[in-house]
Ligand binder design. Structure first.
Ligand SMILES: NC(=O)c1ccc[n+]([C@@H]2O[C@H](COP(=O)([O-])OP(=O)(O)OC[C@H]3O[C@@H](n4cnc5c(N)ncnc54)[C@H](OP(=O)(O)O)[C@@H]3O)[C@@H](O)[C@H]2O)c1
Length: 208
């Protein structure tokens, strides 16, 4: 079934991915953007209806939520979160929006460097591991453990490709006390060692 969906924060990282995925699935997507720029134009090119607005202004949300079945809401960790959330809730209620997906402000990055087990995140969020796994499958198409591992590997790749830190330091930063465990983990999931991965991006730093 196709829905009329609003994505708030659609020019950002999670909102952008969400808008793109929903368009790929054939939904009608309205993207709330703060201004027209190359990011909003890209969304329009993908088929989204872009509307300019600011979640701190109830008026723009009242317009943006008209005719919307469900919306995705994310807001950066900045002052205004409570006002923005209240505005979204109010406008949604007034316009009969049936569902809101609110991206939690619990940072996804805060503890993924310390914990890779599903139980840890399930406890932190107050769900059972089974519920969390079901939610991960529904949202991302992979189980919770796989989702966590992908996030750790992605951060490892980012640090290898864009930073100067030696592999041992990156491993430690990602919660591996023993570098060889980090290397094994990375190889299992990427088919390549951290050093080889880095050498493809940063030939001059491959030896680190
Ligand atoms: N719990 C979790 O698992 C998890 C995971 C990821 C993220 N998060 C949380 O979600 C937040 C957002 O993540 P993100 O990576 O998508 O952030 P992001 O890339 O910074 O995107 C934020 C978006 O919000 C828009 N925005 C900011 N202020 C606005 C306003 N007043 N009105 C309308 N739009 C506004 C930005 O537009 P402009 O670019 O034009 O300013 C941008 O599109 C993070 O701060 C983090 O706390 C939580």
């Amino acid at each position: 079934m196709k829905h009329n969906l609003l994505v708030i924060g659609a020019t950002g990282q999670t909102g952008g991915d969400t808008a793109e995925l929903l368009l790929q699935r054939g939904h009608r997507v309205r993207a709330l953007v703060r201004r027209v720029d190359e990011r909003s134009e890209r969304l329009a090119g993908l088929g989204a209806q872009t509307v300019e607005g600011d979640v701190l202004h109830l008026g723009s949300l009242a317009e943006a939520t008209k005719g919307i079945d469900a919306l995705y809401f994310t807001y950066p960790i900045l002052p205004g979160l409570m006002d923005a959330t209240a505005n979204v809730a109010l406008a949604s209620e007034e316009n009969g929006v049936q569902a809101i997906v609110n991206m939690s402000q619990v940072s996804a990055r805060r503890d993924f460097t310390r914990a890779r087990d599903v139980g840890h995140y399930a406890r932190a969020l107050g769900y059972s591991p089974r519920t969390l796994t079901r939610a991960a499958v529904a949202a991302a198409g992979v189980g919770a453990k796989e989702f966590i591992d992908r996030r750790v590997v992605l951060e490892g790749k980012r640090l290898l490709a864009h930073g100067d830190e030696p592999v041992a330091g990156i491993g430690a930063r990602l919660g591996f006390l023993d570098t060889s465990n980090f290397v094994k983990y990375f190889v299992q999931r990427t088919g390549t060692t951290p050093t080889t991965f880095r050498s493809r991006y940063r030939p001059a730093r491959a030896a680190r």
